[in-house]
Write a protein that binds this ligand. Sequence first.
Ligand SMILES: Cc1cc2nc3c(=O)[nH]c(=O)nc-3n(C[C@H](O)[C@H](O)[C@H](O)COP(=O)(O)OP(=O)(O)OC[C@H]3O[C@@H](n4cnc5c(N)ncnc54)[C@H](O)[C@@H]3O)c2cc1C
Length: 496
Amino acid sequence: MTAELVWFKRDLRITDHSPLIAAARRGQVICLYIYEPDLIGADDFSKRHLLFINDSLTELDRDLRRLGSRLLIRRGDAVDVLNSLRIETGFHCIRAHQETTNALSYQRDRAVKNWARSAGIDFIEYRQQGVVRAMTSRDGWARQWQGFVTSPLVGRPGQIIDGGAGLTGLGVQSPESFALKDDGLINRQTGGESEAIKVLNSFLSDRSREYLQGLSSPLTAWDSCSRLSPYLTYGNISLRTLYQRVTQRKRELQLQRGQRDSWSQSLSNYVERLAWRCHFIQKLEDEPAIEFDNMNPAFNGLREDEFNPAHFEAWAAGRTGYPLIDACMRALQQTGWINFRMRAMLISFASYHLWLHWRKPALQLARLFTDYEPGIHYSQIQMQAGTTGISALRIYSPIKQAIDQDPEGRFIRQWVPELMEVPDDFIAEPHRMPEPIQQRSGCIIDRDYPAPIVDHLSAYRASQKRMRAANLAAKASGVSSRVFQRHGSRRHQKSR
Ligand SMILES: Cc1cc2nc3c(=O)[nH]c(=O)nc-3n(C[C@H](O)[C@H](O)[C@H](O)COP(=O)(O)OP(=O)(O)OC[C@H]3O[C@@H](n4cnc5c(N)ncnc54)[C@H](O)[C@@H]3O)c2cc1C
């Protein structure tokens, strides 16, 4: 009997991996990962993504070897790689997880399915997100999600009979071999299944205690947030495992500390976010075009012709003259992560203050986020840029956010060292420093740190006026209610 093939993509783990378990139960298994130059060379991919994938592959190979198998690594177009493996081994079945990612992966999956059909190969896909394929209505989505995340885990295979013995594969591939440039990353999260479990354990045993209180400020979010996002993106941990570990911990805390205890309430709030994750990915599943086009076509033409490249460059470089914006951007460049509120503020600033169309800023952030997950990313970007027409207009003030979330400027000073000696009173708006204070703090505006590239209040008012008019027109045309029918949450949504 010939081997079955398990194709690992964004599911780099062995625990709760349904394709692997199913194939291992049937006989010999070839475990395959393909480095796909088309995906790696795309505008939304960067070196930090590859480094995280490489960590994950190294551990996956080690874990598979412990079970008697190994990871076969190849490089090339997916159909070409699968076709040559088919000639070498005669495999008859591919098992893999469903994916909802970018357009390139979607086209790749379609090409693989067509090839498999014509070659007479079974291509069996399994769910790993609470996303529903070919959904006809959003009604009842939450119930389906709940059913998926509470379904039984499949554990780990006890052993795997290697169907790939004698096949030649590659080792992990360097970023340089794909011409991926250095992008300023200094302190990154390490990938891999064991790392995911370590991060989860530290969250559940301690860090989640202050989750709700800590998630908004960039000072506290580094520890209070779970930091599990890249592990979910690359499937180092399954959503079901995460959901079930968190709800079990919540029950333990409720027993120990009572139903209304703030720690278990934090975990309830966390679980809601896991549902948001799939709610947002579902939008891309239902309408892949939102990677490129406005979710609400009534907003077409609103910003397209007004893109100011110098403003975009200043925003991307963390040199806007707004300290919290610049600190977030620089932190992101060096670490690959920033918390939700600051992500929203970065896009709000690009979209409203700088009036930039969202597509280029979205790609810039996609390359910087280690956890880049297209379904969440494009849906959130469009929501924060105001092009969905189905959520409240929210324009973040970078000054108010600095005062609220970093009142002493500790985060700002950490990432924008030229502001180190600026007094607290001026840290949110250093351009307001009188000249003698600029001299004393060693920070001359326009020499050591830029003056604001736009005036906050006038930019805020102008964009608010334009957005209100555009929203009214979108509503009146009936387009917004059609967008809601297709993508809107059927539950009351809190501020996201
Ligand atoms: C403009 C913008 C772009 C974003 N792009 C991404 C992205 O590419 N990848 C990504 O994983 N998240 C994205 N997010 C959502 C959110 O900011 C991150 O999931 C979160 O900061 C990741 O850190 P964490 O795992 O510590 O979060 P936690 O607060 O610990 O949340 C746990 C998990 O819940 C999910 N989640 C949390 N908040 C949200 C949310 N608002 N919407 C959807 N899912 C959520 C994520 O899977 C997250 O890992 C984006 C948000 C904004 C505003």
